[in-house]
Design a binder for this molecule. Sequence first.
Ligand SMILES: Nc1nc(=O)n([C@H]2C[C@H](O)[C@@H](COP(=O)(O)O)O2)cc1CO
Ligand SMILES: [Zn+2]
Length: 159
Amino acid sequence: MKKRMNYISWDDYFLGIAELSAARSKDPNTQVGACIVSEENKILSVGYNGMPAGCNDDEMPWGREGDFLDTKYPFVCHAELNAILNSNHDLKGSRIYVSLFPCNECAKAIIQSGIKEVIYTCDKYADTDGTKASKMMFKMAGVKTRQIKQEHFVKILPM
Ligand SMILES: Nc1nc(=O)n([C@H]2C[C@H](O)[C@@H](COP(=O)(O)O)O2)cc1CO
Ligand SMILES: [Zn+2]
C-alpha cells in the first residue's frame, strides 16, 4: 500500500493553525491569528489579537470609532506581537503565518526578532500608511512577504 497523497501542504497546515488561533479572538470586527515556524517546520509560537493579560476583556472597549480611549486601538495586542512575545524560542530565521498583513508596529517587532518571511492571506488594509510602512521596512530589511490562498482549510470564522 502506498502513502496517502492528498495531505495538506506545510503552508496550508500552518495557515490553518493561524486561522484556528484567530477563532479565539474576542474582537467583534477583525479576528487575526499568527503562527511562527522554524526552518525545520516546527511550530515555535502562536497568537491572536486580544487585550493584554490582566486587562479584563469584558470591561475593555471593542469599538472602532469615537474618542481614541473609547476604542480598542490603544489597548489591543496584535496577533503577531502576541505570537512573538508568547515564544520562548530564538526566532532568528523563522517565518510567520498570519491571517492579515502586519501593521507597521508588528513589522518592527517581526524584523527585530529575526523573522525572515511573512506568509499572509488577507491584505484588506493595503491602502493604509501603516501597511505601506510595513512593506517599506520588510523590503529594506530583507524580510520576504508572500500572499497565499487558504485552499484546504474550512474557515471557522465568518470573516
Ligand atoms: N495585522 C494585524 N494584526 C492584528 O492582530 N490586528 C488586530 C487589531 C484589532 O484587534 C483588529 C483590527 O480591527 P479593525 O480595525 O479591523 O476593526 O485586528 C490588526 C492587524 C492589521 O494590521
Ligand atoms: Zn500589528
